[in-house]
Design a protein around this ligand. Structure first.
Ligand code: BGC
Length: 740
């Protein structure tokens, strides 16, 4: 009886175990895609040892997080962006070398060019295409977008970001992230916060007041977190108010995680950590790079003399800090849990990216071309010199150091290798076909690119050849600008001026041909004073990616009506710029003394005439604005108002206008800028067509950040709204009142 009972129990146990064990092994709850990321994280953390959790806090290599085989936790495989996908085999000095592992992907226009489209839907399509290419290449995460504000025009990375205005940058970053993450790829908004100069980027301490941070330098990050639900945020190299961003509890823990409710993980910039406990406790979740590649890189004297810090969150260091009581187990749960949460949210456990997919597909190429075309800004067009066709232009001379080479992007970690790229000269030749004869002269070279061309005698000779070509042609198209050797991550530009020899070349050519068009192929504003009054037409083509050459040809010849608008004020002189006198700082400190008066806010307040204002961009057609209405015109605090107007294409070509809406608070206890961008819409209209455009102004659009209340405050009183084609081309005004 007893034995029988025992046997029954044993049989039952064996049955239960047999029934349960395989099921448990096959599908522990964290592997169940039907559960929420939070539930999966909670389950997985319970199964992990403290050593395993800690190991996740540092990378396993140059661009991979730490995998844990026992639990089937994959590494997150990263790649640089934001304008496409870069090789992940080392720092940009390695991957830019001629013998680097070749990874080709679509090279889209750089960030500032994308910002010049003022087209969040297009940026979202770009993000989607980039997400698809990340997957196709077997990676999981893109290190972009860059949203640092263009505080001053010499910043070497201006070309990567979305310009000077926090509202414009916010709308675009949301598009980019939604596009990327919709594909199950982790986006990384960077560099938090206020990475606004390359000069001493590893050591500079920036003094920035709270209101300025909240109103100018934070909004794009806040939108990335709260509106786009970004899964990763990269901290910046620099210090803000005395602390390295990577170990700033104020930035990472209080603002990002508590105030904004960020649920993803913070990743360090490559070599931006300087402590163990302080960094982990501030809210840094993942230190990069890690493992052997980090050690080899950090052992190089130049890595350290540049000011990089690395190797602080290795398992040995973090475990020692836990043992010493400087880091709690709960903290490590939070760090590892955040990384895992983003991995679950992105689907990395459920749908890994094996690679081997198609990149640079016909659709992606078309998108790159559309984006490059939309980004081009017509700065000046006297005598309607442009478009060249259908006028009687039978020959053009294409001149300049950027004509026969495709300068697709600026230098550093964002520069993408594309499988092909179209030079402006090729684009113009292709479009000109049999209709327009095209000649070419380099005119001047970028200093340092070919020493034999840098002497005064060589320059004089090249200039003469260019002048002769211009004199023989019906029009001269000059493609001038910068190059990655002049405009790059890692250093700032020394001057606003075009590289040596270009101003003289432009002056000489325009004397020989009055139909001279200057095309600027650069990533930030350049000085034009030496020649702007003599040259009838100027186009800004930025760094337009692989299709830049096709795009500029289509604008020059009139196939595409330009619609780009400046996302950055173009100053006349460096002395006029907001941070002048407070950049690059002294003794490794710089004070953001201009406060919220960045970009047009500064020019408007000081009544300074820029060379070209924020929002400026001409068209080949004309747009009329009418019927501006604000409803209601009296509204209680906390409510919204609707602003509507009609825009009409009164010219003879199809084209797009970017309608801009600025707001001015008439009565405030705080100092408020004369106007701030709070709405914009790109509308494509056929000749004679009109469209009504409606904007919603929410309380935030009327608010300033109150340092007394540590909150956004909209004060009762009168407000003005301005609608126009640029910040200095206001066509309509209206008022409304905010009541208590
Ligand atoms: C840059 C980052 C980049 C990282 C990895 C850093 O030097 O500042 O933007 O993502 O390198 O290449």
């Amino acid at each position: 009886m007893r034995i029988g009972w025992l046997l029954t129990v044993c049989a039952l146990l064996v049955f239960l175990l047999a029934a349960q064990t395989p099921k448990d092994d096959a599908a522990p709850p964290y592997k169940n895609p039907k559960l929420t990321p939070d539930a999966r994280v909670a389950d997985l953390l319970r199964r992990m040892t403290i050593e395993e959790k800690v190991s996740m806090l540092a990378g396993s290599g140059w661009m991979e997080s730490m995998p844990i085989e026992r639990l089937g936790i994959p590494a997150i495989k990263m790649a640089d962006g934001p304008m496409g996908i870069r090789s992940w085999q080392g720092s940009s000095s390695v991957t830019n070398a001629a013998n680097a592992m070749r990874v080709t992907s679509t090279s889209f226009p750089a960030g500032l060019a994308m910002a010049a489209t003022w087209d969040p839907d297009l940026v979202q399509q770009q993000g989607k295409a980039i997400g698809q290419e990340v997957k196709a290449l077997g990676r999981d995460m893109i290190l972009g977008p860059t949203v640092n504000i263009a505080r001053q025009p010499l910043w070497g990375r201006n070309f990567e970001g979305y310009g000077e205005d926090p509202y414009l940058a916010s709308r675009l970053v949301v598009g980019y992230i939604k596009g990327v993450q919709g594909e199950g790829v982790i986006a990384t908004v960077k560099h938090f916060a206020a990475n606004n100069q390359e000069f001493e980027r590893h050591r500079i301490d920036e003094k920035i007041d709270e209101r300025t941070l909240q109103e100018i330098y934070f909004p794009a990050f806040q939108a990335a977190v709260q509106e786009a639900g970004v899964w990763s945020v990269m901290s910046a190299y620099n210090k803000v108010n005395g602390l390295y961003c990577a170990e700033s509890p104020r930035l990472l823990r209080d603002v990002l995680k508590k105030q904004w409710g960020f649920k993803g993980f913070v990743i360090s910039d490559w070599g931006s950590t300087y402590s163990t406990a302080a960094t982990v406790n501030a809210g840094m979740d993942l230190e990069m790079p890690g493992g052997e590649p980090m050690k080899l890189w950090f052992a190089k004297p130049s890595t350290q003399s540049d000011g990089n810090g690395a190797g602080w969150l290795t398992s040995a260091n973090v475990l020692a800090a836990i043992q010493a009581g400087h880091i709690t187990a709960a903290q490590v749960n939070d760090n590892a849990g955040r990384i895992l949460r983003s991995m679950f949210a992105a689907g990395l456990f459920d749908k890994p990216h094996p690679g081997g997919g198609a990149v640079d597909t016909p659709e992606q190429k078309t998108l790159a071309r559309t984006a490059a075309s939309e980004s081009i800004v017509l700065l000046k067009n006297e005598r309607d010199v442009l478009p060249l066709l259908p006028k009687s232009i039978h020959s053009v001379a294409v001149i300049g150091p950027n004509a026969a080479v495709a300068r697709t992007g600026g230098g550093g970690s964002s520069l993408v290798r594309s499988s092909y790229s179209v030079t402006p000269l090729d684009g113009i030749r292709e479009r000109g076909g049999n209709q327009v004869q095209v000649s070419y002269a380099q005119g001047v070279s970028i200093p340092g690119e070919d020493a034999s061309k840098d002497s005064p005698a060589a320059r004089a000779q090249m200039r003469e050849q260019a002048v002769a070509a211009a004199a023989r042609a019906d029009a001269a198209i000059m493609i001038v600008g910068n190059a990655p050797s002049i405009e790059s991550e890692g250093f700032d530009r020394k001057t606003l001026a075009l590289p040596e020899g270009q101003d003289e070349l432009i002056q000489a050519v325009v004397k020989a041909n009055k139909n001279t068009i200057v095309v600027i192929n650069a990533g930030s504003p350049v000085a034009m004073d030496p020649w702007i009054d003599q040259v009838p037409a100027v186009l800004m083509m930025w760094y337009g990616g692989q299709e830049g050459g096709h795009a500029i040809a289509s604008v020059l010849f009139g196939d595409f009506t330009p619609s780009g608008k400046l996302p950055m004020t173009f100053p006349r002189r460096i002395e006029d710029t907001p941070a002048f006198g407070h950049y690059p700082g002294e003794n490794l400190r710089t004070e953001y003394a201009e406060g919220i008066y960045v970009g047009y806010r500064h020019y408007d307040r000081g009544n300074i005439a820029p060379l070209f204002p924020f929002g400026h961009g001409l068209s080949y057609t004309k747009f009329d604005y009418s019927d501006l209405k604000v409803t209601p015109d009296k509204v209680a605090s906390g409510r919204r108002v609707q602003v509507s107007l009609t825009v009409r294409n009164s010219g003879s070509r199809t084209g797009a206008e970017v309608v801009q809406l600025y707001v001015h608070d008439l009565k405030s206890t705080a100092d408020r800028p004369p106007q701030e961008l709070k709405g914009f819409r790109r509308v494509l209209l056929d000749p004679g067509q009109s469209q009504s455009v409606t904007f919603t102004l929410d309380p935030r659009a009327m608010s300033f950040y109150s340092t007394a209340k540590h909150a956004w405050v909209a004060e009762p009183g009168g407000f003005e709204v301005f609608a126009g084609a640029s910040s200095r081309d206001i066509r309509l005004k209206a008022n409304f009142e905010l009541t208590k």
